[in-house]
Ligand binder design. Structure first.
Ligand code: ATP
Ligand code: MG
Length: 294
């Protein structure tokens, strides 16, 4: 489990704001590195020297092959794990453990099965939120994600896509200055995924927050992000760092069929080691990599 496996987070000691951001926050990665102890007492570097400034309200997509350190980067940004080199600043101050200026959305919804959708979303509210304010905010968010008719239902009574929408509402209930999304639509079918992408754009337009979005899906990144970074490493011993950084042209929603995006798509697929017909390079079998998601 994500939380259970985190090393003790030990970042800055400044108190985090009480999750009441009404504004998007800047996120600054400064020479970030993360190594983990390996079996034989040595250490294994997963991330090295990751430096990037994310502007308030920007949507930054993070791409990279499996195991390259995307989730680790996101966890460190949220104070769920600690860096072994460098640091992350949010709104100018270092992250703290379980930093409540951030909220995290995962690949699976992680709703409590015995609670209603309303009560699950309410779990995201910052501690100390006055009851009436909290109830109004939860109702607004449930409406925003289109679940008003299911507010009293239990998670088993709604579909996977609906549960994922509830999970997004729970993350937004915190009113985060930074929303950290780790493959939030990865478990959904292709059509629901496209709808969720549109929903995220609507949510972002309604309540501007900085979004760091980990995804395996190049098209998703091109559709949603202002900027995309591709993490990569030159060999197994090196940690991953930023191998490509692409500013996505045009305003959202973007034309999925545009030649400009097709060119960027090709570059990103190259960077991921996948040729333009969906085949992994250097793999001898004829097994095709599924076209969508990657
Ligand atoms: N707590 C930990 N202890 C030891 N190794 C870890 C720990 N957390 C992550 N790692 C290692 O760090 C590497 C990167 O993991 P991470 O989960 O960040 O990859 P990822 O890019 O998110 O992969 P995926 O796309 O498959 O989700 C992996 O090799 C993983 O085994
Ligand atoms: Mg991951």
């Amino acid at each position: 489990m994500y939380l259970a496996s985190t090393a003790p987070a030990a970042s800055g000691s400044a108190p985090a704001r009480a999750g009441t951001a009404d504004a998007a926050f800047a996120v600054e990665f400064e020479g970030l590195g993360r190594s983990f102890p390996s079996d034989r007492g040595a250490s294994r570097t997963v991330l090295r020297d990751v430096s990037i400034s994310v502007q308030p309200g920007e949507v930054l997509a993070i791409l990279g092959t499996s195991g390259c350190g995307k989730s680790t980067l996101l966890r460190i940004a949220g104070g769920l794990d600690s860096a072994t080199a460098g640091r992350v600043l949010i709104d100018g101050t270092p992250t703290v453990d379980f930093d409540d200026r951030t909220a995290v959305g995962f690949q699976e919804p992680r709703l409590l099965p015995w609670r209603s959708i309303t009560d699950n979303v309410a779990l995201g509210l910052p501690r100390g939120t006055p009851k009436a304010d909290g109830a109004a905010r939860v109702a607004r968010l449930i409406e925003l994600v289109g679940l008003s008719d299911f507010a009293g239902h239990r998670p088993r009574e709604i579909s996977g896509g609906m549960a994922q929408r509830a999970s997004l509402a729970r993350a937004l209930a915190r009113n985060p200055g930074v929303l950290l999304l780790d493959e939030p639509f990865g478990a959904l079918d292709a059509l629901t995924r496209l709808k969720m992408q549109d929903l995220l754009l609507d949510v972002h337009a309604a309540a501007p927050t900085t979004v760091l979005l980990v995804t395996h899906d190049v098209d998703e990144a091109l559709q949603l992000a202002d900027r995309i970074i591709l993490l990569g490493r030159s060999n197994e011993l090196d940690g991953s760092t930023i191998a490509q950084e692409i500013v996505v042209p045009g305003t959202r929603p973007r034309d999925r069929g545009s030649a400009e995006l097709a060119e960027l798509r090709g570059r990103l697929l190259d960077g991921l080691g996948i040729d333009r017909h969906g085949q992994a390079r250097g793999v001898e079998t004829t097994t095709a990599i599924p076209h969508f998601p990657y």
